[in-house]
Design a protein around this ligand. Structure first.
Ligand code: G4P
Length: 283
């Protein structure tokens, strides 16, 4: 599996993140609910160790509901504040307000003891590419918010969105680099669309997705494509070609087109609510 991230990109992203972290109190870390660990930056715990943190399981609408609950419990157990959201519709977003208060309780208390009253919590959104950062910022900040502009000396060059009198949000998200741990992680990142399709072998990836679905959600492929799934993922893909009439000239199954269709159907949720990994695999 080939990645769009290489050391140059990563070093730059890390440097920018370290600079931004100096300005903020709270990191709102976005994960993709369909693959929460694979879509998690490997160094975020180290980078954000002195900051409060809220984890958002975004794209929860596309994921398996029971897995969402399991992942929520998993991250809560680790001591984070967690919320499932759908940044596209805004579902779950109003529940973030009480979490911010909880997550920043110590900071607010510290401020109070030092006689600092009314200094807003400064937050930033962070996550790997395509996890939904921009969509979330738009949804969370809404239209009613005013940009506060540069703050001389403190936040030079940075734009802040004043969400209310208690919270300010950095208007540009922190783009984090994805994990490189294993091929399985790379495949999941490719499936959820966090790695550019040009770098992917579509047929191989679709076959891997089909294998995973046959194991965890056997009925979904059958329902969507009206096929009887085969043990062999490539044969299943061929059956999908036939069922959907994905042919090249001479009725030759067009496996590449069918692969793109299966991946798109998964990414858009047409195949159903699917989660690609479970907490127990990461314990
Ligand atoms: P990024 O800044 O982290 O790179 O991600 P971005 O907000 O650009 O979102 C990437 C894609 O994910 C977008 O779709 C966006 O609409 C979609 N998305 C974000 N959050 C959610 C969510 O909670 N649920 C669902 N179902 N989709 C979500 P796109 O097809 O690339 O763009 P568009 O067609 O929406 O314009």
């Amino acid at each position: 599996m080939n990645y769009q991230w290489y050391p140059g990109h990563m070093t730059k992203a890390k440097r920018m993140m370290q600079e931004d972290l100096k300005l903020i109190d709270l990191v709102i870390e976005l994960l993709d609910a369909r693959a929460p660990m694979s879509s998690r930056n490997p160094d975020i715990d180290e980078l954000g160790r002195n900051k409060s943190r809220i984890i958002l399981l975004n794209k929860a609408d596309l994921a398996d509901k029971s897995c969402n609950a399991q992942w929520k419990a998993y991250f809560k157990e680790k001591g984070f504040w967690v919320q499932e959201v759908n940044a596209r519709t805004g579902s779950g977003i109003k529940n973030i307000w009480p979490l911010i208060k909880e997550a920043c309780r110590e900071k607010l208390e510290r401020d109070r003891k030092r006689g600092i009253i009314g200094r807003p919590v400064r937050a930033m959104v962070a996550g790997i590419p395509n996890v939904g950062k921009s969509t979330f910022i738009n949804s969370f900040a809404g239209k009613a918010c005013t940009k506060t502009g540069n703050k001389p000396g403190v936040t030079k060059g940075k734009q802040w969105i004043r969400l209310n009198k208690e919270v300010e949000l950095l208007d540009t998200p922190g783009i984090l680099w994805p994990r490189f741990d294993s091929e399985a992680v790379g495949e999941k990142l490719a499936m959820i669309g966090s790695i550019k399709d040009e770098l992917i072998h579509m047929e191989e990836l679709a076959a891997t997705l089909i294998t995973c679905l046959q194991k965890e959600y056997p009925a979904l492929l059958q329902e969507r494509y009206q096929i009887i799934t085969n043990e062999d993922a490539y044969m299943t893909l061929e059956d999908i070609c036939i069922s959907r009439r994905c042919f090249q000239k001479g009725e030759v199954p067009d496996m590449v087109r069918a692969s793109a269709m299966v991946l798109e159907d998964f990414r858009s949720g047409k195949l159903g609510n699917i989660t690609l990994e479970r907490p127990e695999e990461w314990l």
